[in-house]
Design a protein around this ligand. Structure first.
Ligand code: SF4
Ligand code: SF4
Length: 403
C-alpha cells in the first residue's frame, strides 16, 4: 500500500506550527521546488505510479504544506482526476481555510478530508498562524468549526493529532481525552495519534520526556480499551500485529529513508520525492530508484546501547519504527520512542494473554519466523510479521493456544 502524495505548492503553508517536520526545509529556503506547478504532468506521474505494481495498491492524496492554498479551479482538476481514476481523493489539511466552495467540491468529487489538529483551544496552541495578525485560538476555532461542518455535510473526516507538552502532560491529557470524546460525539470514531517528531530546537522544547510520553500513551491505551468503539491508531495496531497480522500504518513496515516505499511524492514541477519525515537537513531529497533494507538489517544486529534493536521480541512488527523519528535524526538508529513502543507492545501482549490468545512474540516458533523475516530482507524483499507467520504455518502448523 502506498500513498501518492501530490504537492503542487511543496511545503508552503499558512501556519507555522512550532514542531512542523517541514520547518527545516522552509528555513533552508526549500519551501517548494517551484511555485509554478504543472497539473497535467503531476497527473501523468501519478498515473504512472498507480500503474507501478511494485508500489502495491495506491491512494491519491493532495498534500502540502497546506494543500488548500492551491486555487479552487486547480483543486477541482485534481479532484476530478482522483474520482475518475482512484474513486476517491484524500486531502491532508490543517482545516483552517475550508469554506463553502471547498465543501461543495469535497462532496461533488468524493474527497476524504484528513485534518491535523491537537485538540480544543490551548491544546492546539503550537499550531500557530504564520501571520502575527491572526490569533492562534481563532485559527483553532475555525478548524474545529470546520470539522463539525464537514461532518454535518456528510464529508468523510479523519483526524491526525500529535502528542506534546500542551496536550499530553499529566494535567493536559484529560482535556485531550475530552477532545477525543467530543470527536466521537459528533461521529468521528477513528483517528491517528502521532508521537512528536523532533526536527528543531523549538520542537524539542515542547516534547514530553520519554517517561511522560510513555505514561501518556499508556493512559490512552487504557482509555481506548474501555471504549472499543473508538478506533485510534496506533492503539489498534498493537493487538493486530501481536496476533500475527500486518497493521496498515507505514511506520510498522520496512522503510528505506532514501526510497520511502509507502510514500511516493510528486512535486509541482515533476520531481519524485520521499516522505518528508526523513528530510533532516533542509533538503527535500528526490527518490532513489532501488530499495534497500539496510536500516532493518543494521538495527537487527546492533545492540540497544548502540541505538539498535538486537534481541527485541517486537522487531518483526516495529523494525526500529519510522526512520523519521530515529535517534539523533540518523536513520541508521532506532526510534527515539523505543521505550514507549516497548511498553505498549508489552501492555497489549498481556491483554491478549488474558483473553487466552498467544501473541506472536510468545509463539514457540519465533526463532524460525525471525530467520525467515531477516532472510527475506537480506535477499532484497520487503518482509512482514504476517508473511513470517504464514511461512511457519506451512512448515510447522502446530501452534498451541492459537486463536
Ligand atoms: S519515513 Fe516514516 S512516516 Fe514516512 S513513509 Fe517511512 S515510516 Fe512512514
Ligand atoms: S521496540 Fe525498540 S528495540 Fe524493539 S524494534 Fe522497536 S525500536 Fe527496536
Amino acid at each position: 500500500m502506498s500513498t501518492i502524495e501530490l504537492k503542487p505548492l511543496g511545503n508552503s503553508c499558512n501556519l507555522a506550527c512550532t514542531y512542523c517536520y517541514q520547518e527545516p526545509m522552509r528555513l533552508a529556503g526549500n519551501t517548494a521546488h517551484t511555485l509554478k506547478y504543472d497539473i497535467d504532468l503531476m497527473i501523468k506521474l501519478a498515473n504512472e505510479a498507480q500503474a507501478n505494481t511494485s508500489l502495491g495498491q495506491s491512494t491519491f492524496t493532495l498534500f502540502g504544506g497546506e494543500a488548500l492554498l492551491v486555487p479552487k479551479k486547480d483543486l477541482e482538476r485534481f479532484f476530478e482526476h482522483g474520482l475518475k481514476n482512484f474513486g476517491v481523493t484524500y486531502i491532508q489539511t490543517n482545516g483552517s481555510l475550508i469554506d463553502d466552495d471547498h465543501i461543495r467540491l469535497f462532496k461533488e468529487y468524493n474527497v476524504w478530508v484528513g485534518i491535523s489538529v491537537d485538540g480544543h483551544e490551548e491544546l492546539n496552541d503550537l499550531r500557530k498562524p504564520k501571520s502575527a495578525k491572526q490569533d492562534v485560538r481563532e485559527a483553532t476555532r475555525s478548524t474545529i468549526n470546520n470539522i463539525e461542518r464537514l461532518v454535518n455535510e456528510g464529508v468523510g473526516v479523519g483526524i491526525i493529532a500529535t502528542l506534546h507538552q500542551l496536550n499530553g502532560s499529566k494535567d493536559k491529557l484529560p482535556k485531550f481525552i475530552e477532545f477525543v470524546e467530543w470527536l466521537s460525539s459528533i461521529g468521528i470514531k477513528e483517528g491517528n495519534l502521532h508521537m512528536l517528531e523532533v526536527d528543531s530546537e523549538e520542537a524539542e522544547k515542547h516534547m514530553l520526556s520519554e517517561d511522560e510520553n510513555t505514561e501518556a500513551f499508556l493512559t490512552l491505551a487504557k482509555f481506548f480499551e474501555k471504549n472499543p468503539s473508538l478506533r485510534w491508531s496506533p492503539f489498534t495496531d498493537f493487538p493486530t500485529m501481536l496476533r500475527g497480522r500486518d497493521a496498515v500504518g507505514c511506520v510498522w513496515h520496512n522503510c528505506d529513508a532514501s526510497n520511502t516505499q509507502s510514500v511516493y511524492g510528486v512535486e509541482g514541477e515533476g520531481s519524485i520525492t520521499n516522505c518528508g519525515m526523513v528530510n533532516k537537513d533542509g533538503v527535500d531529497w528526490t527518490k532513489d530508484e532501488g530499495t534497500s533494507y539496510t536500516r532493518d538489517l543494521i538495527l537487527y544486529a546492533t545492540p540497544h546501547e548502540d541505538k539498535g534493536c538486537k534481541g527485541c521480541p517486537y522487531f518483526m512488527m516495529c523494525n526500529g519504527y519510522c526512520p523519521g523519528s530515529a535517534i539523533d535524526g540518523d536513520w541508521r538508529n532506532k526510534t527515539m520512542h523505543c521505550k514507549t513502543l516497548k511498553t505498549l507492545f508489552s501492555f497489549y501482549e498481556r491483554k491478549l494473554e488474558f483473553l487466552g490468545i498467544t501473541p506472536v512474540t510468545k509463539d514457540d516458533r519465533m526463532k524460525e519466523m525471525e530467520e525467515f523475516y531477516i532472510n527475506q530482507l537480506a535477499n532484497g524483499y520487503r518482509s512482514s510479521v504476517q508473511q513470517a507467520i504464514e511461512h511457519v504455518e506451512q512448515v510447522n502448523p502446530y501452534r498451541p493456544n492459537a486463536n
